[in-house]
Ligand binder design. Structure first.
Ligand SMILES: O=C(O)C(=O)C[C@H](O)[C@H](O)COP(=O)(O)O
Length: 218
């Protein structure tokens, strides 16, 4: 099992993580290709469709350049399915004790959601310092994130804001040192995937990569 911190560094290296809901296994290849062609080597495949585990397995097997995260992982059973499918990391919108325990037992890179100081503390207690910040915009945006993370300044927290993130605010988020990457469905929305709009997905991904590079001065 690769080092958890190294996996999370790789997953956040581009600054952008597309969050996808894929219904049809047949769409996995075209989606992965569109993202990879745009220079995005990471994707979060959410367990919001019954095909999620199969889609993860397919991308892992056929597109080794892609780092595949399992998203919306809400139970230890989902986590096992994600790991068996070959996912390299897992994320959730929230945080729960059974999930923290299951991920620790598996030694697996798990990014729970946090939008309260209590959730941050619960993660820190088990050695987790990278959190999804969800729902980022409705919760109060960057100023809210700065406020809740301020007391934890000695803990080197890293956040992945999702929920209302888009090209309109991506640069603001990535300008914040505690933000490791942003995530969102806008790059490859459910409708775009269903309609097979691979060109549109590639364009969105290219734009996100370009803006993220600009924002980070890289
Ligand atoms: O399912 C998860 O694991 C989540 O944490 C939630 C997602 O990241 C958001 O649903 C993305 O939100 P939008 O980009 O505004 O559509």
């Amino acid at each position: 099992m690769p080092d958890i911190q190294a996996t999370l560094r790789a997953a956040t290296a581009s600054g952008v993580i597309p969050v996808v809901e894929v219904e049809a296994v047949a769409d996995a290849d075209a989606l992965a290709e569109a993202l990879l062609e745009a220079g995005l080597g990471v994707v979060e495949v959410t367990f919001r469709t019954h095909a999620a585990a199969e889609i993860i397995a397919r991308i892992v097997q056929r597109h080794p350049a892609m780092l595949v995260g399992a998203g919306t992982v809400l139970s230890p059973a989902d986590l096992s399915r994600a790991i068996d499918a070959g996912a390299q990391f897992a994320l959730a919108p929230g945080l729960s004790r059974p999930m923290l325990d299951a991920a620790a037992d598996a030694g697996f890179a798990y990014v729970p959601g946090a939008m309260t100081p209590s959730e941050i503390q619960a993660g820190l207690e088990v050695g987790i310092s990278t959190f999804k910040f969800f729902p980022a915009m409705p919760a109060g945006g960057l100023s809210f994130l700065r406020s809740i993370s301020a007391p934890f300044r000695l803990h080197d927290l890293r956040f992945i804001p999702t929920g209302g993130v888009s090209i309109a605010n991506l640069a603001d988020w990535l300008g914040e040192p505690a933000v490791a990457a942003v995530g969102g469905t806008w790059i490859a929305s459910r409708d775009m995937i269903r309609d097979g709009d691979w060109a549109g997905i590639r364009r969105n991904a290219e734009e996100a990569v370009r803006l993220a590079r600009q924002a980070r001065g890289s």
